[in-house]
Design a protein. Structure first.
Length: 266
């Protein structure tokens, strides 16, 4: 009986060994497959999480494809360095997102002390006896001088803020006093010579038949007729032309001479 049991055990041993070895091989194959899947998934995951980030700095644009987790890490990767006062549009600790745009503004602060002129104030005194446009300087006045202590902030090279820390007057300005005429000019007080010079070089026989302007004040025939003239202005004397021009001024004003009318008050 004992001998039969030993024989059965001897026959079963190879089968058990085969089964055990098969299970081990199967387990190893399964682990290898799982390992390969994990590596593949990691690679795919890496590709998916790469983000496109754009840095705008120093007048140029830097584009980066990165797996960085924060803006600060991505900035280091893009070789963007920050000064102590520089500003960043997105916090450095913020998470990187797809198509993120980050603006870096360079900040510079200067402290200056300089002397600055103070413009002389002007006091105007009306003079009803003097014609409009006339002025008389009664006191010349003089500029002053002050010392200004200022802090200027520059953003990307442009002034963004100026803070005056101190302003001290070194020399007070002296007021300039000017008399200003307020009396309207009469027609006879207008500068007719300057207008005639502008219109025709003062020539009473000047004729521009192409555009239809004649005489010392370049009348159109319609304007000449409006001023009471007859015929052609070039046939009238210089005195009559001036008289007709003054009459036309009373009717139409300086607008009758669109370009040269500005010389009436000079």
């Amino acid at each position: 009986m004992f001998a039969k049991r030993n024989l059965r055990a001897a026959l079963m041993a190879p089968l058990l060994i085969s089964l055990i070895l098969g299970s081990v091989e199967s387990a190893l194959a399964s682990n290898t497959s799982t390992s390969r899947t994990t590596i593949r998934d990691a690679v795919v995951s890496t590709r998916i999480t790469a983000h496109q980030v754009t840095f705008k700095v120093d007048g140029s644009t830097r584009q980066l494809s990165t797996n960085a987790r924060t803006v600060g890490e991505a900035m280091k990767e893009a070789l963007v360095t920050l000064g102590p006062l520089d500003r960043v549009s997105t916090p450095l600790a913020a998470s990187v997102k797809q198509n993120l745009q980050v603006q870096v503004t360079r900040i510079k602060v200067t402290h200056t002390i300089k002397k600055v002129k103070i413009a002389a104030p002007v006091e105007k005194i009306k003079n009803a006896k003097m014609m409009v446009g006339k002025t008389i300087v009664k006191a010349k006045g003089a500029p002053g001088l002050k010392e200004v202590d200022a802090v200027t902030t520059y953003a990307d090279g442009k002034v963004s803020a100026v803070e005056i820390k101190r302003s001290t007057i070194l020399t007070a300005p002296i007021t300039k006093v000017v008399e200003v005429g307020t009396r309207p000019r009469t027609v006879d007080e207008l500068n007719w010579r300057a207008v005639a010079k502008c219109e025709s070089h003062g020539n009473p026989r000047s004729s521009d038949s192409k555009y239809g302007y004649y005489g010392m004040y370049q009348f159109s025939l319609t304007a000449w007729k409006t001023a009471g003239g007859t015929g052609n202005p070039v046939d009238a004397s210089a005195a009559e032309q001036t008289m007709r021009a003054k009459r036309l001024f009373k009717i139409r004003g300086a607008g009758a001479w669109p370009y040269c009318g500005r010389f009436f008050y000079r």
